[in-house]
Ligand binder design. Structure first.
Ligand SMILES: Cc1cc2nc3c(=O)[nH]c(=O)nc-3n(C[C@H](O)[C@H](O)[C@H](O)COP(=O)(O)OP(=O)(O)OC[C@H]3O[C@@H](n4cnc5c(N)ncnc54)[C@H](O)[C@@H]3O)c2cc1C
Length: 479
């Protein structure tokens, strides 16, 4: 990135810039799509664009369950910033503070001291984090399912447990290893458990000492139904399908504790499980608390339908825009409600936001964002799915699964990734997906560490008090 972008370490210079600088916080769905659209709308002489994210890539989260199940190569569900953001500066680091009044943000890089950068216009697309609860054992035992690193870890962990369970005769340990618990029955949780169970069932066929009946998958949901994003009927159908596959679904039930992998549910059920995946909702990125931007009571940036940030009275905060999971954007098709946190809205809002910012820079009026939810598609494992369109059209099974794949592959950014994903699917049809655990990638230095430990000095030979001379006792020693 250009030298002039970074002010080290302190405040903005008062010197006016020749080209206005747009800083985009977060390089996810909102960040990547708004940056690309802005670059298309505005020439290099009209605006400099900088995207800030600790990761060098955008993750297309709707494909995470398939990445965990090995139906898609994990590398293909991410779009690398350096490749996807042509003509845009990508800055790797975490935003740690926002002072919009001074038009500065603080960046904390992975290594080195934090520094400040200045801007003329701000786009906030910082997304969300897992909404956790202070449940005993949760922080120590559970893993989230929000990013590609977690999806790969869940895959390797599940396949690794199956591998280890096949080599143990301890029945209790085996049961504990083969019990997989998912908490949260929304889209992410249902797709994750359905895809991972499908993969595990596939994998277990390779083990003579294990049987599909040895696998136990448990879904815990606090409300009285799963998949609140689709109709009761389709949610009910999905529940029926999961139960038919042997997945135990606990409704209106909460996780009370999971200390050392001992799961206790609110209805009194108890069991041991070495795998606990937390998919029970999201909350706006907490770094927003360290900003002077107006937030609502659940920590989202307050936005107008134009995607401009506004104060609690609805007055526009100049030069500031927000969209996606971290923003409270009024849903004009559903008066009194806000747009739900999903990729369908995030990507559309990003494009609309970019168009509005380009309009404002050219002294035109911004327009309102309005999008009627077109429906929802969910994959439930190989060749299984559910879909609902326009509120009325419901599709199940193979056709819904094809629709899921088609819709999401088209939404995946860059043709390079779309083609790679489709090529992977075709290869899986011919050779079946790979179900080998690569658990050691999570600690690749373990073997080298063990090899590098100097050998322990041998204990000195004990004093020989025997009446027979030692050379005679060990004839080979003298040979
Ligand atoms: C498992 C799963 C399945 C899903 N399935 C669907 C689906 O089928 N359909 C659907 O419509 N939606 C789905 N979603 C939701 C959808 O992915 C999100 O709503 C969407 O990605 C939100 O976009 P965003 O840009 O607001 O956030 P994100 O795409 O999450 O981007 C936020 C970005 O901010 C970055 N960031 C975080 N902290 C900082 C910081 N301090 N400084 C700088 N950058 C930071 C992150 O690295 C990330 O790149 C799913 C989500 C998950 C987790």
């Amino acid at each position: 990135m250009s030298e002039s972008t970074v002010t080290t370490p302190a405040r903005p210079s008062a010197k006016p810039r020749k080209v206005p600088r747009i800083v985009i916080l977060g390089g996810g769905s909102v960040g990547l799509y708004s940056a690309r659209r802005l670059r298309r709308r505005l020439g290099n002489r009209e605006a400099a664009i900088v995207v800030v994210d600790p990761r060098p890539y955008m993750t297309y989260a709707p494909f995470l369950p398939e990445a965990a199940a090995g139906s898609i190569d994990a590398r293909h569900v991410v779009a690398p910033h350096r490749r996807a953001l042509k003509g845009i500066d990508a800055l790797q680091g975490k935003v740690s503070a926002i002072k919009h009044a001074e038009r500065t943000v603080e960046i904390t890089p992975e290594e080195g001291d934090p520094y400040w950068i200045t801007y003329d216009h701000l786009i906030v697309g910082l997304g969300s984090v897992a909404r956790t609860l202070p449940i005993p054992g949760l922080a120590e035992q559970a893993i989230g399912f929000k990013n590609v690193e977690e999806a790969i870890a869940v895959r390797n962990h599940v396949l690794g447990r199956i591998d280890r369970a096949s080599s143990t005769w301890d029945a209790d340990l085996r049961k504990r290893m083969l019990t997989f618990t998912f908490v949260g029955g929304g889209f992410a949780g249902v797709e994750a458990i359905a895809e991972v169970e499908d993969m595990a069932r596939d994998a277990i066929k390779q083990y003579k000492s294990l049987d599909a009946e040895d696998l136990r998958f448990v879904l815990v949901e606090g409300s009285r139904r799963i998949l609140p994003e689709v109709s009761e009927e389709l949610g009910g159908y999905t529940l029926e399908q999961l139960r038919k596959r042997g997945i135990e679904v606990f409704l209106s039930t909460f996780l009370n504790s999971c200390v050392d992998g001992h799961v206790v549910l609110s209805d009194g059920t108890e069991f041991d499980s070495e795998t606990i995946v937390w998919t029970a909702g999201v909350k706006a990125n907490p770094v927003l608390q360290n900003s002077d931007l107006p937030l609502d009571r659940i920590g989202r940036v307050i936005a107008l339908p134009t995607l401009q940030i506004a104060d609690a009275e609805g007055n526009v905060v100049p030069d500031a825009y927000a969209a996606g999971d971290c923003a409270a954007v009024p849903d004009l098709t559903n008066p009194g409600q806000f747009c739900p946190p999903n990729a369908q809205h995030a990507i559309r809002q990003a494009n609309h936001l970019a168009d509005n910012l380009a309009r404002v820079l050219r002294s035109a009026e911004p327009t309102d964002y309005s999008h009627k939810n077109i429906g929802a598609v969910a994959s439930l494992g190989m060749y299984k799915g559910v879909a609902q369109f326009m509120g009325r059209i419901k599709v199940r099974g193979f056709l819904a699964w094809v629709m899921h794949r088609t819709y999401h592959v088209m939404a995946m950014p860059t043709w390079n990734r779309k083609i790679s994903i489709m090529a992977g699917w075709t290869a899986n049809l011919l050779w079946r997906r790979e179900v080998v655990p690569l658990g050691s990638i999570h600690d690749p230095r373990a073997e080298f560490r063990a090899a590098s430990v100097p050998p322990k000095p041998k204990p000195a030979p004990a004093e020989d008090h025997s009446p027979v001379p030692s050379t005679e006792a060990t004839p080979s020693a003298s040979a």
